[in-house]
Design a binder for this molecule. Structure first.
Ligand SMILES: [Zn+2]
Length: 145
């Protein structure tokens, strides 16, 4: 399994396998969920996450010592629209993940990310999960209700 080049993740189009991307993460965890949740969408190849994103999730895994659950990784444009994602969502570039950490609240997770990655990445706070993406410049938002 060739690792995704961090500079150009969008050029990597592999059908996901059970292959590992890192010690704790597999390709399948980042695959678009359209075929399971919106099967009317035409099947498509997947775009794998860049190593930089996987490294951040491994960092979280190590810090909390608990599994990190990826609820949404790559989204094809049609599925992104279906779930009400932003029109320029980083999920469509496969550089974003909506995550939770088993046994920890989203507030704990976002607090760690905001401190550790101050001044970089996209970090979004939600009631039930945390969004992280590895875009260059910092972006922050709080969608908690
Ligand atoms: Zn899809």
């Amino acid at each position: 399994m060739p690792p995704a080049p961090p500079s150009a993740p969008e050029t990597v189009t592999l059908t996901p396998t059970g292959d590992k991307l890192s010690k704790h993460f597999t390709e399948k965890e980042f695959a678009c969920k359209c075929q399971a949740r919106a099967p009317w969408i035409e099947p498509h190849k997947q775009v794998l996450p860049p190593k930089e994103l996987v490294d951040v999730l491994e960092d979280l895994r190590g810090w909390f010592g608990k599994p990190v659950v990826v609820h949404s990784g790559y989204r094809c444009p049609t599925y992104n629209k279906h779930v009400g994602g932003a029109s320029r969502s980083m999920h469509m570039k496969a550089i974003a993940a909506d995550i939770t950490v088993v046994g920890h609240t989203p507030d704990e997770v976002s607090a760690y990310l905001l401190k550790k990655y101050a001044g970089k990445y996209g970090i979004g706070r939600y009631n039930t999960f945390t969004h992280i993406d590895v875009r260059g410049g910092p972006d922050r938002w709080d969608n908690r209700r």
